[in-house]
Design a protein around this ligand. Structure first.
Ligand code: SF4
Length: 345
């Protein structure tokens, strides 16, 4: 049975036509679904015959809530959801003054192998469909009882390793017939799959692109990110410039600071040399330490010093607010700790 959330309006209209129904019914069905009515039976203006046909071909794939954690330190919530096949995914809701933001997953697990990340420890299980990405937002909005205005694709999974599904998700989530979230309120984060960054640039969306750089030399990058063996920093910088020229958008570089790995003054100077003059912004992330490895977060002084070097070289930089440290907020941590607990039972 097809998850109706995987369809765009045009596809549902086609289905209506093939099934001998008026195409305008598609818009009515979408209006219900995106108003949190997730049972065809409850769609009052849909005739019984249409409902029966919908029920025989489709289901509305909203995940089940398995666990919910609220941070005591700040306004962060984390949800662990079960998909229909029992796989678990997680997303994080962050409350800011300017609205609610959600960080969603794009795959179950991840095969990219970044050392500082818990999502990758069990490898990649499968891609999420566009509807499964959308449903994380829909279910979370329903749970918090408020609209979510910003979406970040930075949870478990490498979005560009699931390119087609992510592009369709972006189409539906930004559509006035979908969740209607503006492109400028969406950020997509990649570990640096160069050909896909180029493909994404050519689509020319007004979405913020964030590239996880995490090092200023290939040698250091290879120590924590296996993708660095495939694409060099020089190639990433080239494709970044291509992206900026094509979209006229400021690019974000994510830089997770790890004690004694990439947080020295020389690292900051090398990073400045790479990025100076580019339309970009660096997001420094003091890592969340995870049980599964020995990586330690940089000291506050080191983080401040690193920032200062970039600023002195006219590179725009901010330090990411640490979210929900008490609730395993780093990507993949909650899913892993839940699976481990279940295994121990
Ligand atoms: S940081 Fe992102 S790309 Fe790297 S392993 Fe984790 S989920 Fe995958």
């Amino acid at each position: 049975m097809i998850n109706i959330l995987d369809l765009n309006l045009l596809e549902l209209k086609k289905w209506m036509k093939i099934n001998g129904e008026s195409e305008f019914r598609a818009k009515q069905v979408f209006d219900w679904i995106y108003k949190d009515v997730w049972d065809f039976e409850d769609m009052n203006n849909i005739p019984k015959g249409v409902k029966e046909k919908l029920q025989s071909d489709f289901h509305i794939g909203i995940p089940k809530l398995v666990e919910e954690y609220s941070s005591k330190l700040n306004d962060t919530k984390k949800y662990l959801f079960a998909l229909e096949d029992g796989n678990l995914i997680e997303c994080v809701i962050m409350k800011y003054k300017h609205g609610n933001s959600i960080c969603i997953s794009t795959q179950v697990g991840c095969r990219m192998g970044c050392k500082f990340c818990a999502s990758t420890i069990g490898g990649m299980i499968r891609n999420l469909s566009p509807g499964e990405m959308l449903a994380q937002i829909m279910k979370s909005q329903h749970l918090i009882g408020e609209r979510i205005s910003n979406v970040v694709l930075m949870g478990s999974g490498e979005p560009f390793d699931n390119f087609d599904n992510v592009m369709k998700f972006l189409e539906i989530v930004t559509s006035g017939n979908g969740l209607n979230i503006g492109q400028r309120h969406i950020t997509i984060s990649t570990c640096g799959i160069v050909p896909k960054i180029k493909e994404f640039a050519d689509i020319n969306l007004q979405i913020t692109l964030a590239i996880s750089l995490h090092a200023a030399t290939d040698e250091i990058r290879m120590k924590s990110m296996p993708i660095a063996n495939k694409y060099s920093i020089a190639e990433i910088i080239d494709v970044s410039k291509y992206y900026i020229n094509k979209t006229n958008r400021r690019l974000t570089f994510e830089y997770a600071l790890v004690k004694d790995l990439n947080d020295s003054r020389l690292d900051a100077e090398n990073l400045s040399n790479l990025l100076s003059g580019m339309l970009c912004h660096v997001n420094l992330i003091p890592i969340n330490e995870i049980k599964e490895n020995e990586l330690k977060t940089s000291s506050k002084d080191n983080v401040a010093e690193f920032k200062k070097v970039l600023e002195n070289n006219n590179v725009q930089v901010t330090i990411r607010r640490e979210m929900g440290l008490d609730i395993n907020a780093a990507c993949g941590q909650l899913r892993r700790s839940y699976i481990k607990c279940e295994e121990l039972k």
